[in-house]
Design a protein around this ligand. Structure first.
Ligand code: FES
Length: 143
């Protein structure tokens, strides 16, 4: 038989206070998940370099690559290889290249960037970020 003296008696005020705390945690759980997602995305900035096989990169085409949850555009030309972050410089949404309009479009607040990554419309003030590229005989190392 269980000894009733081992249980702590809580009064009605304690019960309501603790109940509200649990209820508040349950209500805000989606928010914490969302914030956690943002933090994780921010940490991906420190992800290791992206390594590609040089021979597999097509010439003169914008290649979109997802790397640790972030979009990067890689372009190989006769002059070399360049890479650009596709994270909008306003609040970090992934921009999309619209070939027919020759712009990068951000779906979050309709920010636009020209083909060189310069902001042309909306809230972004800074250009899309260029990323360092190292090209070896067989590899392209980005970041
Ligand atoms: S996040 Fe791109 S315009 Fe706001």
């Amino acid at each position: 038989m269980t000894d009733p003296s081992k249980f702590k008696v809580i009064d009605r005020r304690d019960f309501v206070t603790r109940g509200c705390g649990v209820f508040a945690v349950c209500l805000t759980a989606p928010l914490w998940t969302l914030l956690g997602g943002c933090t994780a995305s921010g940490n991906a900035e420190n992800a290791g370099p992206l390594k590609l096989v040089l021979a597999e990169l097509p010439l003169n085409r914008r290649v979109r690559i997802e790397h640790d949850g972030r979009a990067v555009e890689v372009v190989r030309t006769a002059d070399g290889v360049t890479a650009r972050s596709l994270l909008c410089t306003h609040q970090g949404c992934n921009v999309r290249w619209i070939e027919s309009r020759q712009i990068y479009l951000c779906p979050c607040h309709e920010g636009k960037f020209n083909a060189e990554g310069q902001p042309t419309y909306g809230p972004p003030r800074d250009p899309l970020r260029e990323i360092d590229v190292t090209v070896t005989e067989t590899q392209v190392i980005i970041g």
